[in-house]
Write a protein that binds this ligand. Structure first.
Ligand code: ZN
Length: 429
């Protein structure tokens, strides 16, 4: 039996080698016939050709200017609009909210958690989101998954992760009677531990939140010295720092400490938004969680009454903060705090979030940028992803309308490519 297995493996390996050679011969792909949207707001390229070799875009232009090699594999995008893959900058692949889900997953093992994350990652990519930033996960399943995706062992978007979030004793994300990291030295150590495990961001929790009872949402819980210490430690390793913050007080301190991004910003006032604008601090609004479109989701997962009340109480102010942030021209990168592919109001949480940005005052083009090139800039990865340009990864999606005219075009995603590989294709159907 053993010999038979070895023989079978040899046959399978041999045929895979054959396939690989064949794949190399047709490594060039050409997406033809579609309209490429210009993220700078200039005219789109109609009847475009995008040539892809391996993982990267090697040519892009009109059919008249870019000849298609005979051997290229053709992808007909006639009638479709081509944009960069969407990005979602605030989510938790292993998210567990209070209620039914929490009880169900109470005894989840490390292996089960990582496999659940992998399933979520696959769904996210199929929904057109090709890059995600994880803002607090458990037990480093996220970092294992990131490695597996980059090795081709699992399917999912590009992952930038902060590993486990840094909580302070008594603060958001803490359990009562448990000691966390307090003071600059402990926080520096905790930040370095995440970075050494593979995190490229550090997530700190500097005010209270909706989902836990640790401190008031509007308070500044972490001190200037603590935040400064984390930011300095992270920046020395090339990592960036994201702060969960609902409050103007906490955000003001964090900006002074050199924070890179503020998450949620439920109660931000105009004064602090002006300060964010001045310092170029990023805001990741996650507006979708506090707005009515998400109500059926919370009912479905059975969150308790107290959670819904707490959420409604912040909804109006959160909305006003987002409107003011748009008015002030604060850097905004899209994030949902829900799974990007989560069904929401007839679409996904990611697309609904972008739609909310338009309802709050962005132009459709600004909202599209907040879902593509702006997150790439926030990640410091805009030389590789975030727009359709020669030399960048071929992370491309197709939609059935012009999203710079109507952001709702993102509701119909017809095609998803990441790094030159096709993961979803309804173009020919
Ligand atoms: Zn979150």
């Amino acid at each position: 039996m053993k010999n038979f297995c070895i023989a079978l493996i040899l046959v399978v390996t041999a045929s895979f080698a054959g396939l690989n050679q064949a794949a190399e011969a047709v490594a060039t792909k050409a997406i033809v016939g579609g309209t490429v949207v210009d993220l700078d707001g200039t005219a789109p390229i109609r009847d475009a050709v995008i040539l892809i070799e391996g993982e990267k875009i090697v040519a892009i232009g009109s059919a008249a200017d870019v000849p298609v090699p005979d051997a290229a594999q053709l992808i007909d995008a006639s009638g479709a609009w081509l944009i960069p893959g969407l990005m979602n900058m605030h989510l938790h692949l292993g998210l567990i909210l209070p209620g039914k889900l929490e009880a169900e997953l109470a005894k989840e093992t490390e292996g089960e958690l990582t496999l659940r994350m992998a399933a979520n990652a696959r769904d996210i990519l199929h929904a057109g989101v090709t890059t995600i930033r994880l803002t607090g996960e458990q037990r480093h399943g996220d970092l294992a998954l990131k490695k597996a995706i980059s090795k081709g062992q699992a399917i999912g978007p590009r992952i930038f992760s902060s590993g486990e979030a840094l909580a302070i004793t008594g603060g958001h994300g803490s359990e009562s009677n448990v000691t966390y990291s307090d003071g600059p030295y402990e926080l520096i150590k905790a930040a370095r531990k995440e970075i050494s495990a593979g995190a490229s961001w550090v997530k700190i929790l500097i005010s209270g939140g909706i989902a836990t009872n640790g401190g008031d949402i509007a308070e500044a819980l972490m001190t200037l010295e603590e935040i400064e210490a984390v930011v300095d430690a992270a920046h020395r390793f090339g990592a960036r720092v994201a702060a969960h913050s609902g409050s103007s007080a906490a955000t003001t301190i964090a900006i002074d400490a050199g924070i890179d991004s503020i998450e949620h910003g439920y109660f931000l006032d105009r004064k602090v938004l002006k300060k964010m604008k001045k310092h170029g601090t990023w805001l990741v609004p996650t507006i979708v969680v506090s707005q009515p479109a998400t109500q059926p989701f919370f009912e479905k997962i059975g969150v308790p009454e107290w959670y819904l009340k707490r959420r409604d109480s912040v909804g109006k102010e959160h909305w006003r903060a987002l409107e003011m942030a748009i008015e002030e021209g604060v850097n905004i990168a899209l994030g949902t705090d829900q799974l990007p592919s989560e069904p929401n109001d007839g679409t996904t949480a990611t697309v609904r979030e972008a739609q909310y940005y338009v309802e709050a005052g962005m132009t459709p083009l600004q909202a599209l940028r907040a879902a593509t090139i702006q997150p790439a800039r926030m990640l410091g990865a805009d030389d590789r992803i975030g727009s359709l340009e020669v030399g960048k990864f071929a992370d491309i999606i197709a939609v059935d309308g012009d999203p710079t005219k109507d952001i709702k075009a993102l509701r119909n995603i017809l095609f998803v490519m990441k790094g030159g590989e096709v993961y979803n294709d309804l173009l020919s159907k």
